[in-house]
Design a protein around this ligand. Structure first.
Ligand SMILES: Cc1ncc(COP(=O)(O)O)c(C=O)c1O
Length: 362
C-alpha cells in the first residue's frame, strides 16, 4: 500500500482525537436495544433538542439512518423525489427499492439542489396506473452536487411546496453542520422544514462511526423498528455515542477551519495549468475540480498523486474530489498544491485510470 501522507479522499478518514478517545473510554453504557444506554439516551435527547424535534434514534451509518427515514415515510409501490445526484438514489445500493419497495425519481437540479421550477409537475396524479409520490429527499450539504449549502429561503420554499402538496420531507444531512457553519443558520432553522433529518457523526465531526435520525415521536418509533429490521439495533452503543456527544461539544464550530482550508486549496488549484475549478463554488469542505483530458483522466491523476503520498479520489471521468477535515492542516493544502504541480509537470498518463470514471463500467 502506498504511504498516504495527506489523505483528502473523504472526511470519513478522520481518526478519533485523544480527547474523543478519552470520552469513549469514560462512557457510561447499558443495553441500548432496551433503551437503557444512558449515553445513547443523552445523545438522542441532545440532537432532538438541537433540531427542535420530539425524538431521535442513533444509527450505525448515514446510509442506515437515511434508509430508516425512507422506510418511515414510504411503503412498497411509493416513489420518492430526489435531485439526480442524491446519495440516497445513487450510492446506497438501491436501498429505497430493496428495503422499502420505493422507487427514486431523480430530478436534475443545480449543484445538487432543487427549486420549485424543477419540481412542478413531478407529483403523480391519483391514477391506478401510477405509483404514489410520497416523499421529497434533499441533501445538505450536497455531496456530488459540489459541497453546496442550501440557502434557507430555498429550503423553506421547497419544503413548503412539498408539504402543501401532501409530501413528507427527509433531509440527508451527512454534512449537516458543515451547512449550518457555512451559512450561519441554526440546526433548528433547518430542522423545522423536515419531517425527518439524518445527521452523520463519522464525517466532518470526526467520530469513528454513527449517525442519528431525528423527527416526531411517532416517526422515530417507526424508525426504531426499521433499525432493528436492518440489523442496526445495538447493545452498549454508548461507546460510540460518547464520541458523538464529544463531537457536538468540540468539533462543530471548528468546521469553519475545514472550509477555509478547502477555499485555500481551491485558490491554489485555480492557478495550476491543466486543472480547472470555480473557486467561488467552494462553500464547505468539498473541493471538486477537473483535469484537462489532454493530460490524462481523473483516475490516472488520482493514481499518480497517490504515488506521491496524496490521496484524492476521482469522481467522474475528468473530475476529482478533495475533501478537507480535522486531520489535515493549512500546510497540507499548500503541500497538496505542490504535489499537484509536480505531478502535472512530470506527466501522469502512464498510470491506469478509467475513462468512464469510478461509477461506470463502460
Ligand atoms: C451525502 C451523503 N449521504 C449519506 C452518506 C452515507 O453515509 P455512510 O457512509 O455513513 O453510510 C454519505 C457518505 O459519504 C454522503 O456523502
Amino acid at each position: 500500500m502506498p504511504n498516504v501522507l495527506i489523505n483528502l479522499y473523504s472526511d470519513t478518514v478522520t481518526k478519533p482525537t485523544p480527547g474523543m478517545r478519552e470520552a469513549i473510554a469514560r462512557a457510561e453504557v447499558g443495553d441500548d436495544m432496551s433503551g437503557e444506554d444512558p449515553t445513547v439516551n443523552r445523545l438522542e435527547a441532545l440532537m432532538a433538542e438541537k433540531l427542535g424535534k420530539e425524538a431521535a434514534v442513533f444509527a450505525c451509518s448515514g446510509t442506515q439512518s437515511n434508509q430508516m427515514g425512507v422506510k418511515v415515510h414510504c411503503i412498497p409501490g411509493d416513489e420518492l423525489l430526489i435531485e439526480s445526484s442524491g446519495h440516497i438514489a445513487c450510492f446506497e445500493g438501491g436501498g429505497p427499492a430493496v428495503l422499502s419497495g420505493t422507487m427514486c425519481r431523480q430530478i436534475p437540479g443545480t449543484n445538487g439542489m432543487l427549486d420549485i421550477a424543477d419540481l412542478n409537475g413531478k407529483i403523480k396524479a391519483d391514477n391506478q396506473h401510477l405509483c404514489i409520490t410520497r416523499l421529497l429527499c434533499l441533501e445538505n450539504t450536497t455531496n456530488v452536487g459540489g459541497g453546496r449549502a442550501w440557502p434557507l429561503d430555498q429550503l423553506e420554499r421547497v419544503c413548503g411546496w412539498a408539504h402543501e402538496n401532501g409530501l413528507k420531507t427527509h433531509l440527508d444531512g451527512a454534512r449537516f453542520f458543515n451547512a449550518c457553519v457555512a451559512k450561519g443558520y441554526s440546526a433548528a432553522d433547518v430542522g423545522k422544514h423536515f419531517d425527518t433529518v439524518s445527521i452523520c457523526f463519522s464525517k466532518g465531526l470526526g467520530c469513528p462511526m454513527g449517525s442519528i435520525l431525528v423527527g416526531s415521536k411517532d416517526d422515530i418509533r417507526k424508525a426504531r423498528r426499521a433499525r432493528k429490521l436492518f440489523g442496526g439495533a445495538l447493545r452498549q452503543a454508548g461507546i460510540v455515542a460518547a464520541a458523538a456527544v464529544y463531537a457536538m461539544e468540540h468539533n462543530v464550530e471548528r468546521l469553519s477551519v475545514d472550509h477555509d482550508n478547502a477555499k485555500l486549496l481551491a485558490a491554489e488549484i485555480a492557478q495550476i495549468e491543466g486543472l480547472s475549478i470555480n473557486v467561488a463554488d467552494v462553500e464547505t469542505n468539498l473541493v471538486f475540480f477537473e483535469v484537462d483530458p489532454k493530460l490524462g483522466n481523473a483516475g490516472q491523476l488520482s493514481a499518480a498523486l497517490l504515488d506521491r503520498g496524496v490521496k484524492i479520489g476521482p469522481s467522474g471521468p475528468q473530475r476529482l474530489r478533495a475533501c478537507t477535515h480535522l486531520d489535515v492542516t493549512r500546510e497540507d493544502m499548500l503541500k497538496t498544491a505542490d504535489v499537484l504541480r509536480q505531478t502535472i509537470k512530470a506527466g501522469f498518463s502512464q498510470y491506469k485510470g478509467s475513462t468512464t470514471g469510478p461509477y461506470a463500467r463502460a
